[in-house]
Design a binder for this molecule. Structure first.
Ligand code: PLP
Length: 487
């Protein structure tokens, strides 16, 4: 219940006083600092049961404003227990991510400015900072000049834009104006990607009306990389049937194992066949900022588009996905639609980012990315990524040294795929053991791991990527895994 004095004095117009911002903002900052300094006080994986959080919350909204102090107390008591702590050094699931001090400050300022970065004039600094930071990122990745970059919410949306551009790159299809439904003149449009590509590629095909059946999942080799000979065969097959090969999505750092598709060979095939090549480097791409890892983006200079996610492995709070294309004009043709109320006198001389995607209002994501890049510097960022890769290699060495465990995929980045596989035990029992080990380790609340399946084998994953993860956290994960395998 709100206190009587707070309710009685609640204003009916205007914002709360900025004195509240100073008092409670300070309290929130102190909470954040202590949260970051003492992650051990929370369980990485939330231990609540379904419905538990909703039960702790009133079913209807308060009629009158409540004191911010009460709301912050409820945040700690009723919301935090239901948080799975992605920003925790013991988070090794999916792809580990992190927010960071400069990124948090950036988000704070963005929420105060509340900019919609759609037209240049709706915030010139937002547009120009987005141009500058994406160009910094381009240079950090070692990409040549001439790439046009901008920031989206997620790689899923960036990849959907890439496929929309691929469609527009064939203007004779006239899909922008006429759509695809009910047209007997349109061939089936085909998209090629590997069996290990992220589901967002299928979802993009689904959203664009290309259809799931037209996503060709090309076979992979023993290291889970797309087989370029299988790609050639799939395209030839489709050509023979009168289908139209539209786009190919290669992945640098696939979701299950972080395998790297052979982009140079794929780029050559796409060039020959006039197919749009999009490279999904959502997680792995940023590792190219380490000079010794630049090779992972070999061949990308021949692609039409690329996505990398600073919100995955560049210490930038979610969301921030960087999309690059060498063909911004095609993307603009696909999406530009300027109603009278959006016409500006300067439109010919500036970039209006609303013309390159679906959204009109766009978040000012560049500020936090700018603060992260400046706050750590390029060597600081590369050093942290390098340290994560070293921790992963060390973890893989511990696994390999134990005869009861095995590493089941190469470790090109900071992810290790492995499993408990004591000799003499049959496959089905091994799978069941690993399911149980994962559940028991995650129930400790000290670390969180996720899994995948490779050729029918249930596989555990340790993804190192949180900015505060140290060797002791990785070591602890290994101890817990070994203890779970014994118990
Ligand atoms: N692509 C790859 C290779 C991924 O691993 C992921 C997520 O893990 C995505 C795309 C989707 O990223 P987002 O959540 O930004 O849409």
């Amino acid at each position: 219940m709100p206190s009587a004095s707070a309710v009685g004095s609640a204003p009916v117009a205007g914002d709360l006083p900025t004195a509240d911002l100073l008092t409670h903002g300070q309290a929130a900052l102190e909470w954040i600092a202590s949260y970051l300094d003492h992650p051990e006080r929370v369980s990485v994986l939330s231990q609540v049961v379904p419905g538990e959080i909703r039960e702790m919350l009133p079913a209807s909204p308060p009629e009158r404003g409540e004191p911010l102090g009460d709301i912050l107390r409820d945040f700690e008591a009723r919301i935090v227990p239901g948080i799975t702590h992605w920003n925790h050094p013991g988070f090794f699931g999916y792809f580990a991510t992190s927010s960071s001090v400069p990124g948090i400050i950036g988000e704070l300022l963005v929420s105060a400015l509340d900019v919609k970065a759609m037209l240049w004039r709706t915030s010139p600094a937002a547009t120009e900072l987005e141009q500058v930071t994406t160009d910094w990122l381009r240079q950090m990745l070692g990409l040549p000049g001439g790439w046009f970059g901008f920031l989206n919410d997620t790689a899923s949306i960036s990849s959907m834009l890439a496929l929309a551009a691929a469609r527009e790159a064939k203007p004779e299809l006239d899909i922008r104006a006429r759509g695809m439904a009910g047209r007997s003149d349109l061939p089936r449009l085909r998209v090629y990607t590997s069996r290990h590509a992220h589901s967002s590629i299928d979802k993009a095909a689904l959203a664009l009306g290309i259809g799931l059946d037209n996503v060709v999942h090309v076979e992979v080799d023993e290291a889970f990389r797309m087989r370029s000979d299988a790609l050639v065969a799939a395209i030839a097959d489709d050509n023979a049937r009168g289908y139209l090969p539209l786009a190919c999505v290669a992945t640098v750092g696939t979701t299950s194992t972080t395998s790297i598709d052979p982009v140079p060979a794929i780029a050559e095939i796409c060039r020959r066949e006039s197919i749009w090549l999009h490279v999904d480097g959502a997680y792995g791409g940023v590792a190219a900022i380490c000079p010794e890892m630049r090779e992972i983006l070999a061949g990308v200079e021949y692609a039409d588009s690329l996505v990398v996610n600073p919100h995955k492995w560049l210490f930038t709070p979610f969301d921030c996905s960087a999309f690059f294309t060498t063909q911004p004009g095609v993307l603009e043709r696909a999406f530009s639609l300027v109603h009278e109320y959006l016409v500006t006198p300067e439109r010919e001389s500036v970039v209006d980012f609303m013309n390159y995607g679906v959204q009109l209002g766009r978040r000012f994501r560049a500020l936090k990315l700018w603060m992260v890049i400046r706050g750590f510097g390029t060597t600081g960022l590369a050093g942290r990524i390098r340290a994560h890769c070293e921790l992963a290699r060390e973890f893989a060495d511990w696994v390999r040294a134990d005869p009861e465990w095995e590493v089941v995929a190469p470790v090109p980045f900071s992810l290790v795929c492995f499993r408990y596989a004591p000799p003499g035990v049959h496959e089905e029992a091994i799978n069941e053991m690993n399911v149980r080990i994962l559940a028991n380790v995650n129930a400790t609340g000290e670390v969180f791991l996720s899994h995948t399946k490779l050729d029918g084998r249930y596989v555990l994953r340790v993804a190192v990527g949180n900015i505060r993860t140290e060797k002791r956290h990785v070591r602890r994960a290994w101890e817990l895994l070994k203890a779970a395998s014994r118990g």
